[in-house]
Design a binder for this molecule. Structure first.
Ligand code: AOF
Ligand code: ZN
Length: 365
């Protein structure tokens, strides 16, 4: 059976996905070169600073790129960044047609890549498997188009929506399979974000343990308005940078020791309770953070949910009951009518041994 544009784009997307853990802050991009229905080149972007997907695919295709169709999961770039423009490379290789899943919202590109291809006589088709392509780069797209990162709120809770006993005990609510899954979620993130309460209580390492060498490490971000993070915290001794976001009342005396421990201190405005979270997110986006995995306790989760800043909610549900005095998944409310409560749509649910992983998106009205 002859293959369709969707078939070849699906392959390009699978290639792009190989960059899930390594391309940050660049997007994950895949490319396939097809000549007379036959795949002659494949490529994917590995690392920022390295060649883009199209360059690898064209190199593999060689002279066969002449008159071929190229499938790319993101609009070919038109700018001189760390690497030269891919649109020019495609034109130079004599490509006849380009099929592109999505426009690149990067203001340096933003349609100009497609324009350049069209001006050179390359036939352009847009929008093939656009939804899947967008899902793969939700963080990059959100940062480029709105100046805030994608916020993936991650929590583990019991059947009765509790995250820890009243005394704070929460290890280990979920089983090994769920915890291994969290390691993968950490590894793909640009930043792992926690509140200082978590650092003080659990002293987490916040570094993904995947059993393989990662080309890059997520930044560890602590939201800590008064700089209570101990300079001896374990997260200073694991791979990846540590950024601490603090408020205006942070004691100046705490700064030196934290900087000496390796922290980058980022000043953020204060809100009524805690830091101004939208401002914090803007600061992170300005530092090229695409995806945040927020490992939140009840207070931070409540604040993010109340502010409507959660792009996606990952809930690991353990089949246990922690009881009425245990800590809730989010300090939120009170609500007096069901119409007021935030509503979510279950996008996916997967069983991980005894636990359930729910992927939720805010329900659009
Ligand atoms: C593509 N193919 O494989 C990637 C693209 O600094 P540079 O040169 O790596 O450019 C980074 C920008 O290029 C990035 O922000 C995004 O707009 C685009 N990434 N484009 O056509 C690729 N990685
Ligand atoms: Zn490029």
């Amino acid at each position: 059976m002859t293959k369709t544009d969707e078939d070849f784009m699906a392959l390009a997307l699978a290639l792009a996905e190989r960059g899930l853990w390594s391309t940050d802050p660049n997007p994950r991009v895949g490319a396939v070169v097809v000549k007379d229905g036959v795949i002659v080149g494949q490529g994917w972007h590995r690392q920022a600073g390295g060649p883009h997907a199209e360059v690898f695919a064209l190199a593999e295709a060689g002279a066969q790129a002449q008159g071929a169709t190229v499938y790319v999961t993101l609009e070919p770039c038109s700018h001189h960044g760390r690497t030269p423009p891919c649109a020019d490379a495609l034109i130079g290789a004599g490509v006849g047609r380009a099929v592109v899943a999505l426009r690149d919202p990067n203001p340096l590109v933003a349609g100009q890549g497609l324009e350049r291809l069209r001006a050179a006589g390359v036939a352009v088709t847009e929008g093939v498997l656009a939804k899947a392509a967008a899902a793969l780069n939700s963080g990059f797209l959100q940062r480029m188009s709105s100046g805030v990162p994608w916020v993936r709120l991650k929590q583990a809770m019991s059947l009765d929506g509790r995250v820890a006993l009243a005394n704070g005990a929460s290890q280990w609510l979920t089983g090994e399979a769920a915890r291994a899954d969290v390691q993968r979620e950490r590894a793909r993130a640009s930043a792992i974000v926690v509140g200082v309460g978590t650092v003080l209580r659990d002293d987490p390492r916040l570094a993904p343990r995947l059993g393989e060498d990662l080309l890059r490490h997520p930044v560890k971000v602590v939201l800590d308005s008064r700089l209570r993070t101990p300079p001896t915290a374990r997260l200073f001794r694991t791979p990846g940078a540590v950024w601490i976001c603090h408020g205006p009342q942070a004691p100046a005396g705490a700064m030196g020791p934290l900087q000496a421990a390796g922290a980058t201190l980022l000043a953020a405005p204060q809100a009524a309770e805690g830091l101004d979270l939208l401002a914090v997110l803007r600061i992170l986006a300005a530092r090229e953070i695409n995806e945040c995995l927020v490992e939140a306790g009840p207070t931070l989760a409540g604040a993010l949910l109340a502010a409507g800043l959660v792009s996606e909610w990952l809930l690991y549900v353990a089949p246990k009951v922690l009881g009425h005095d245990a800590q809730p998944v989010a300090r939120l409310g009170p609500f007096i009518a069901l119409e007021q409560v935030p509503q979510w749509r279950i996008q996916a649910s997967t069983q991980l041994d005894a636990d359930l992983k729910l992927l939720l998106y805010p329900k659009e009205n």
